[in-house]
Design a protein around this ligand. Structure first.
Ligand code: MRU
Length: 372
């Protein structure tokens, strides 16, 4: 999608030097557009852990390139190579525990690397697989857009030309993926189809993905949007100001329970109470085929400083962090919550719109059975 009118992806190999992987540092958006280069496997892990990159799809794509970077300095001996890659895979996998795409991408790289023998072949296949993951992520999001568009079209017909009001939480936009986004792909597709759209953007404390990223990316694409505090959604729903909710997911069980940014569950409860459809847009790489219960999804807990302080731009144009609460204030920073399948109207995937239950999910993805 576009930054200042120029199309970008969130991650790409340097065309002049493919051993360097370029990312946009999301910690300083929207105030600075800073392109960073990942050259070592440690830098890839750090980029994920410290949220230079974030969002399920982009975490997966970065993990793919991290595994590729690891192969560049791996030992020649086959047994040592395997041990070295397994050790790095375990470290990488611990960097953000909730996003399923992380393990999915790491496993895909390990499987690909295993099919060839020499170190050079392993490096080559690791690069090709990482690029494939990135391309596939973008393509799946584009297809999510096509399927989600049909849902928006139906609502738009009923509204007879009035804008369709969509509420979203966190950033499940192109910045959370390689391109298009999951929750935003149907919005971009609707814009392209000439459907008037307006998006309510939850600010999404404590990291403010909505305020910092979603509002900015929609603005860059000329989509009408309004930033709201996290607690505003319920009020808007009660007053008929929300037609549908679309959120993303960091991990969805094969039974339809959805882990997403903290606060998503409360939006789902409010949507149910107000008869508003609540959709979750996700590529199949986010589905956990092993877990039966959302309750068992590991929930990341982050530094309490993300709650007790806030980052922004000061009057002099410097990016600054200021304290919000008194020194010594204790805070609990749960990154995600789980919305039970019963509150989800449907999942929007790259293969189509599907009810959030085991039977329907497995019908759409029959290959998932082999993974449960
Ligand atoms: O902590 P983040 O920014 O990595 O979390 C991202 C989210 O939770 C988003 O809500 C998104 O919907 C899922 S990413 C596709």
């Amino acid at each position: 999608m576009k930054i200042n009118g120029v199309a970008h992806r969130t991650i790409w190999p340097n065309p002049d030097k493919p051993t360097e992987i370029c990312i946009i540092d999301q910690r300083v958006l929207p105030h600075r557009i800073s392109i960073e280069k990942l050259i070592t496997k440690e830098q890839a892990t750090r980029a994920i852990k410290e949220m230079y990159v974030r969002g399920a799809g982009l975490i997966g794509a970065t993990a793919g390139f991290g595994m590729y970077l690891a192969t560049l300095n791996a030992p020649e001996d086959a047994a040592d190579f395997s041990q070295y890659m397994a050790t790095y895979a375990a470290t990488l996998n611990n960097s953000r525990p909730t996003a399923r795409n992380l393990k999915w991408a790491i496993d895909r790289l390990l499987t690909a690397i295993d099919t060839v023998h020499t170190t050079q072949e392993k490096q080559k296949i690791a690069f090709a697989t990482a690029c494939e993951i990135a391309d596939e992520d973008a393509d799946y999001c584009r297809r999510i857009g096509e399927h989600g568009l049909q849902l928006i079209k139906e609502i738009s017909k009923r509204k007879q030309g009035e804008p369709v009001n969509i509420l979203t939480h966190c950033n499940a936009g192109w910045l959370a993926f390689v391109d298009y986004g999951s929750a935003t792909a149907p919005i971009y597709a609707a814009r392209d189809a000439g459907i008037p759209i307006h998006v309510w953007v939850d600010e999404t404390r404590p990291w403010n993905q909505g305020a910092r990223l979603t509002a900015w990316e929609l603005q860059q694409e000329n989509i009408a949007n309004t930033l709201i505090c996290d607690n505003t959604g319920g009020h808007l729903m009660q007053h008929g100001m929300v037609d549908m909710v679309i959120v993303g997911s960091d991990r969805t069980t094969h039974t339809g329970d959805v882990a997403n940014k903290i606060g998503t569950y409360l939006k789902a409860v409010a949507a149910k109470d107000n008869n508003i459809p609540f959709y979750v847009a996700l590529p199949s790489s986010t589905i956990d085929w092993e877990l039966d219960k959302g309750h068992d999804i590991p929930i990341e807990q982050r530094d309490e400083k993300e709650i007790t302080s806030v980052m922004g731009l000061d009057d002099k144009g410097n990016i600054t962090t200021v304290r919000l609460s008194a020194p010594g204030t204790k805070a609990a920073n749960y990154g995600f919550d789980v919305t039970p399948a019963r509150l989800v109207t449907a999942l929007i995937t790259e293969r189509g719109v599907v009810a959030a239950n085991k039977e329907e999910i497995h019908r759409l993805f029959p290959e998932g059975k082999t993974l449960t």
